[in-house]
Design a protein around this ligand. Structure first.
Ligand code: SAH
Length: 251
């Protein structure tokens, strides 16, 4: 059996209880070494075989899984954050299906949640934005043209930009061309929930300059939108004059 597991954003105590148990029980762990906190590997049992997938191809990862299966052993494939975002799990699952190898998936705390927590932010403020666009800048890995950053920026919703901290000149240009005013609040969160986490607030117009000044070129999320500002409406859910399925209006 192969268990895909979300490692969480970095902090070792942010893996789920289920993920921790699977790590403790695994005969083999293949972890995404570029971003998974290696301290999580301390949970492995003695004799556990450990591979860093940062140095492996898909074929090599699959070879390890197949070998473990042939010995009736349990493998944990440990992905950063939640495996469902930029995790490249589908291509592994499809090969496992072809080979008739069983697997399951345990979610994790995605870094976009860890980064919001790092700056005590709420992405979906009433009357500011009720949508979160998760995307990345096209670089060596392309993004379909129909979802280019400029067109997504036109919504002026909350945006969380992954995998793009080395491309901030382009990000900034596209966001501005897409319609965000220069002074739209923005934030850069580096290594959210890790011991060396760092966050800086800036504006869309100063994103690239801010990252340069702070020396941030990787492992960061870029957040953009009015949710980082000061104006919003209070929620209806907790408004005394609003009746909900659980509570009658009192005023
Ligand atoms: N599946 C992961 C994302 C993997 S893509 C998740 O759910 O978080 C890798 C990108 O995620 C990095 O380039 C960076 O943009 C972001 N990232 C991962 N961990 C991060 C962290 N702790 N702090 C800030 N950004 C992080």
């Amino acid at each position: 059996m192969i268990h895909f597991v979300g490692a969480g954003p970095g902090g070792v105590d942010l893996i789920t209880v289920r993920g921790q148990r699977l790590l403790q029980e695994a005969d083999c762990i293949i972890f995404a070494g570029s971003l998974v906190n290696p301290a999580l590997l301390d949970m492995a049992k003695e004799g556990c075989i450990i591979h860093d997938s940062a140095k492996m191809t898909l074929e090599e990862v699959i070879d390890v899984m197949v070998e473990m299966e042939s010995q009736n052993k349990t493998t944990v494939r440990l992905h950063t954050g939640d495996p469902c975002l930029y995790g490249a799990i589908r291509e592994q699952m499809d090969v496992l299906d072809e080979k008739g190898i069983a697997y399951d998936d345990t979610p994790g705390v995605s870094s976009f949640c860890g980064a919001a927590a790092a700056i005590n932010a709420e992405y979906t403020l009433p009357d500011v934005s009720q949508s979160v666009i998760i995307t990345r800048m096209a670089g060596r890995t392309p993004v379909p043209e129909k979802e280019n950053m400029k067109s997504l920026a036109a919504h002026q919703a909350t945006m969380v930009i992954f995998l793009s901290s080395s491309l901030l000149d382009d990000v900034q240009k596209e966001l501005l061309e897409g319609g965000y005013p220069e002074d739209t609040p923005a934030a850069i969160v580096y290594k959210a929930t890790w011991p060396d986490e760092k966050s800086v607030r800036c504006t869309v117009g100063t994103l690239a300059e801010t990252a340069r000044k702070e020396n941030i070129t990787r492992t960061a999320l870029i957040m953009v939108g009015g949710f980082l500002g000061t104006k919003y409406d209070r929620s209806k859910l907790y408004d005394p004059s609003f009746t909900t399925g659980y509570r009658e209006a009192t005023k």
